[in-house]
Write a new protein. Structure first.
Length: 94
């Protein structure tokens, strides 16, 4: 897996339960919107669970992020004008 860098000028809105962003390290940002929609419609991610993997998220509003399996290295999650929410299905924070 390679690294992913995405900067948005609006919201990152999942279109269904099958949405998935996969990368060794995921760095996503939205200067004027949210990442995900709610706790029931988050952005689903898969990252590497080693020193080179992780999650960096910076949302202008709220951030709702879910990693179903594996450990998650959280570098930072910032929600500037809303809630920051991260859920792990099967794994832990490292």
């Amino acid at each position: 897996m390679g690294d992913l860098l995405a900067r948005l000028h609006g919201s990152l809105t999942p279109t269904g339960a099958g949405n998935l962003i996969r990368g060794r390290k995921i760095n996503i940002g939205s200067d004027s919107g949210s990442i995900g929609v709610s706790t029931s419609t988050p952005v689903n991610i898969v990252t590497a669970d080693n020193q080179s993997g992780g999650l960096i998220a910076d949302a202008g509003d709220s951030a709702w992020i879910n990693q179903e399996t594996g450990n998650l290295r959280v570098v930072s999650v910032l929600a500037r004008n809303g809630d920051a929410w991260v859920r792990l299905g099967n794994g832990g924070f490292i």
